[in-house]
Design a protein around this ligand. Structure first.
Ligand SMILES: NC(=O)c1ccc[n+]([C@@H]2O[C@H](COP(=O)([O-])OP(=O)(O)OC[C@H]3O[C@@H](n4cnc5c(N)ncnc54)[C@H](OP(=O)(O)O)[C@@H]3O)[C@@H](O)[C@H]2O)c1
Length: 344
């Protein structure tokens, strides 16, 4: 399917863990752009854990994808036709066009990218939504201070990569949790984490608690929560008095699995009470006003290499469903991207 437009739609609502049968790759004919609209050819598609939630017909902070509808997602694409004064053919832009090779969008919902500033796909990762989420989580939710110990789960993923390096730059001691020795080596040798715990090597919450205590003997002041499960069970036992938890995600539970691995409600509440903790959930949509401040601080760090990052690239939109399901189980290493079309 090289010339024919193609897309991935939601074929069925997952029953528990999502499967390949829940997503369908199909050809379609894109419409012509109307007034104020822009036609794009997709170059990069971002795959993100939140997409799993959109597959369910459940009340959440965003509306679910309908059956037969193109899967939601942010892309970077090349403008092929424009009826909007701010865009011309050849421009590179990012927007929520979805899992599709071609899209028509209102120009007002797109953001033009400057390809000379950074690789354009960085707008989907380190300099985009995941990077902003990390930066807001560390600065505004955890209110991290120099000298504090921070624990960050999914430490080498799109969010964790930036959270760890931003926290380190603030003078924190940073402990990561990641799946496997290779990711942990990367966390300490490339991303500057002071220590990293391999959650595969720790079977349950008690083992995680012991592993965290070993590398954070003075306790944890801030926990950047990305996963839930046994990592949360271990983290909660190591929080210092008046510690803070930024509840960013709980990917271990997104398909309804690992529910027996988290802390029991009473254990969670008792630790919240006796350690006098503050836990705050946040959804990045409420924090977009921080985007310019984030870019001012982090874009130079990316440009001069103080913030490094890794990408997991899958070639071809038809393979996006598999890449997505793999990511939910840790099959990615860094920001998960699909190359949908060639660079101009
Ligand atoms: N609140 C918001 O607005 C917001 C915005 C963006 C992202 N998020 C959340 O932030 C989290 C990270 O997102 P991301 O885009 O950076 O994804 P990511 O970390 O690049 O990919 C997901 C990672 O989750 C880890 N994981 C999966 N199952 C796990 C389990 N059972 N136990 C422990 N870790 C597990 C895997 O890493 P390992 O192999 O290292 O285990 C996997 O690589 C997600 O929960 C996401 O929903 C929230």
């Amino acid at each position: 399917m090289t010339d024919q437009a193609h897309r991935v739609v939601l074929a069925a609502r997952p029953q528990g863990e999502a499967t390949l049968d829940d997503l369908r790759h199909e050809a379609f004919d894109p419409p012509a752009p109307g007034d104020g609209e822009v036609a794009l050819r997709t170059i990069w598609l971002s795959l993100d854990p939140y997409m799993r939630g959109r597959m369910d017909d459940a009340k959440s902070y965003a509306k679910p994808v309908s059956l037969g509808e193109v899967m939601t997602g942010q892309t970077v694409g090349e403008v092929t036709a424009s009826n909007h004064p701010d865009f011309a053919p050849g421009d590179i832009a990012t927007g929520m066009t979805g899992w599709t090779s071609h899209a028509v969008m209102p120009g007002d919902e797109l953001r033009k990218l400057d390809p000379s500033r950074a690789p354009v796909q960085a707008a989907l990762g380190v300099l985009g939504m995941p990077g902003l989420t990390a930066w807001v989580g560390v600065n505004d939710i955890l209110e991290a201070q120099s000298g504090q110990t921070l624990l960050i789960s999914a430490a080498t993923g799109a969010v964790g990569t930036v959270a760890g390096q931003v926290a380190k730059a603030k003078g924190c001691r940073v402990v990561g949790v990641a799946g496997g020795p290779e990711k942990c080596d990367f966390a300490t040798s490339e991303l500057g984490y002071d220590a990293c715990i391999d959650h595969h090597a720790n079977a349950d919450g008690r083992a995680m608690a012991e592993a965290i205590a070993k590398v954070a003997p003075d306790g944890v002041d801030g926990y950047f929560e990305n996963v839930g499960g046994k990592t949360l069970a271990g983290a909660i036992q190591n929080m210092n008095d008046f510690g803070r938890i930024a509840i960013c995600g709980m990917v271990a539970w997104y398909g309804g699995q690992n529910l027996d691995q988290g802390p029991m409600g009473p254990v969670l509440w008792r630790n919240m009470l006796t350690r006098k903790l503050t836990a705050r959930g946040f959804i990045i949509f409420d924090h977009w006003h921080r985007f310019p401040d984030f870019l001012d601080e982090v874009a130079p760090m990316v440009a001069d290499g103080r913030v490094s990052y890794r990408e997991s690239v899958t070639e071809g939109l038809e393979y996006a469903p598999k890449a997505f399901l793999d990511m939910l189980k840790g099959g990615n290493f860094g920001k998960t991207l699909v190359r949908v079309g060639a660079d101009p």
